[in-house]
Structure formats: structure tokens, C-alpha cells
Design a binder for this molecule. Structure first.
Ligand code: PGA
Length: 247
């Protein structure tokens, strides 16, 4: 049985003071989530990681990106040992905004996934097609390459969490229908099953893209969707609380 998971991706939002306010309010969120047997977390900007860890380390606290190397001349980057020292145990990998604005590729994501796993951290690997790819009907080909290249060399797939986020649905208010989301999440599981056998059934696969309190329930009712990666609607405590209540 896969435990439900809700992750709020804050992107480039919230100062440390704003983060502290959310963290103080998060005890109530955690209590409600525990009552419903749901794991919850957030991926804030790097500067706010320590703030969250100091106030409520029981949340899943993840970075939004990592460099795959331990150290070196890579101005502006943050390494895995730096995050580990703080106590951060998760990181997003390959969010579509990283792929679009920072030229991340399936191959560069693969290096990050492997480096995180070597350090006993959990990669939350994001995949999804662009609007153009969706309209051309090549979604499955795109997802196949993203999964096969991005996870190449992963031995124990149970340590990976996957988010299917169609690029056209992120921040646009145009969420994918539950049928589309389920179809692709089931396809991802099928791809994983071909490589990892029965362990594919233990991998948590999230849907992301304009998930809101009023639509999260329909995704959670689908057999291959285990939770959500949520941007805009994860920013306020009230909305985060509603997401949990409606899961
Ligand atoms: P959104 O973002 O919920 O604001 O569409 C989702 C994401 O980028 O993970």
C-alpha cells in the first residue's frame, strides 16, 4: 500500500520570515495529515530550508534542485553534502521550470538522481510533456525517454518518487483531466514494471499542474495517483490545509 503524499513546491516564493510563519502554522497541518495517514512536505528556496528545519523538522523538507557534484567551481550552485549537513533529505529533480529556463536535460537529471540516491536522499523526479508535444500526440514517447534516461542506473526504484506534471498545466489553471493524469501515471508505472518488476507497485507517483483544493479529490480517486505536487495552492496555510482535507 502506497502512502499518500502532498508536496508543496514554493518555487521562488516566500522570504524566511514568511516561511517561519508557515512553519509555525504547520503543526496543525501535520496533525491533520497524520490523522489521515498522509505524508506532507514543502520544497522552499534554499534560504528557507534551515528556517523550516528549525521550526518543524517533521515535515518532509526538500530542496528544489541540487548539483550532482560534491563541490567545486560552480558559482551559484548548492551541493548534496551541504544539504545533508542541514538535515535536508529530499530534492526535486528536473522540474519543468528547471528544464525550460536552466537547460536541464534527462541526462543531467539522471546525474542528480543517482547522486541523491548515493547519499540516501530521496529524489522527487519530475516528468511531463510540453503543450506542443501534447498536441502532437507524443506524450508517451516523451515520458518514456524522461523515465528511461532520467532513472538509468537506479537500482532500487522504491527510493524514488515521481511527479507527472504536464508543462501546459503548470501555473496555467488548466489542470489535466483525471483521466489524462491517470493514463500517464499508469503508463509510468508500466514503464517501471518493465524494468523493476513488482517494485514498481511501491513507487509513489504524484500528479502536478494546477492542483487546487477543489480538484485534488478527483486525482486521489485514481488508482495510480498517490498524491500531488502543488505550486500556487501550497503557498497559504489555509489552502494547504484544504488540500489535506480534500485528499
Ligand atoms: P502549480 O505548480 O500547482 O502552480 O500549477 C505545480 C508545480 O510546478 O509543481
Amino acid at each position: 500500500m502506497r502512502k499518500k503524499l502532498l508536496v508543496g513546491n514554493w518555487k521562488m516564493n516566500k522570504t524566511m520570515a514568511e516561511t517561519a510563519a508557515f512553519a509555525h502554522a504547520s503543526f496543525e497541518l501535520l496533525k491533520n495529515a497524520n490523522d489521515k495517514n498522509i505524508d506532507i512536505g514543502v520544497t522552499p528556496p534554499y534560504l528557507s530550508l534551515q528556517t523550516l528545519l528549525n521550526i518543524n523538522p517533521k515535515l518532509i523538507i526538500g530542496a528544489q534542485n541540487v548539483h550532482h557534484l560534491e563541490k567545486g567551481a560552480y558559482t551559484g550552485e548548492v551541493s548534496i553534502p551541504m544539504l545533508k549537513e542541514l538535515g535536508v533529505s529530499w530534492s526535486l529533480v528536473g522540474h519543468s521550470e528547471r528544464r525550460t529556463y536552466f537547460n536541464e536535460t534527462d541526462a543531467s537529471c539522471n546525474l542528480k538522481v543517482l547522486a541523491l540516491l548515493e547519499n540516501n536522499m530521496t529524489p522527487l523526479y519530475c516528468v511531463g510533456e510540453t503543450l506542443q508535444e501534447f498536441e502532437k500526440g507524443v506524450t508517451k514517447e516523451v515520458i518514456k525517454a524522461q523515465i528511461e534516461v532520467g532513472l538509468k542506473g537506479v537500482e532500487d526504484v522504491r527510493e524514488v518518487v515521481i511527479a507527472y506534471e504536464p508543462v501546459w498545466s503548470i501555473g496555467t489553471g488548466k489542470n489535466a483531466s483525471k483521466e489524462i493524469a491517470e493514463d500517464i501515471c499508469a503508463y509510468i508505472r508500466e514503464l517501471l514494471r518493465a524494468i523493476y518488476g513488482g517494485n514498481a507497485d511501491l513507487v509513489r507517483i504524484l500528479y502536478g499542474g494546477s492542483v487546487k483544493p477543489n480538484n485534488i479529490k478527483e486525482y486521489m480517486a485514481m488508482p495510480n495517483i498517490d498524491g500531488a505536487l502543488v505550486g500556487g495552492a501550497s503557498l497559504s496555510v489555509e489552502s494547504y490545509a484544504e488540500l489535506i482535507n480534500n485528499m
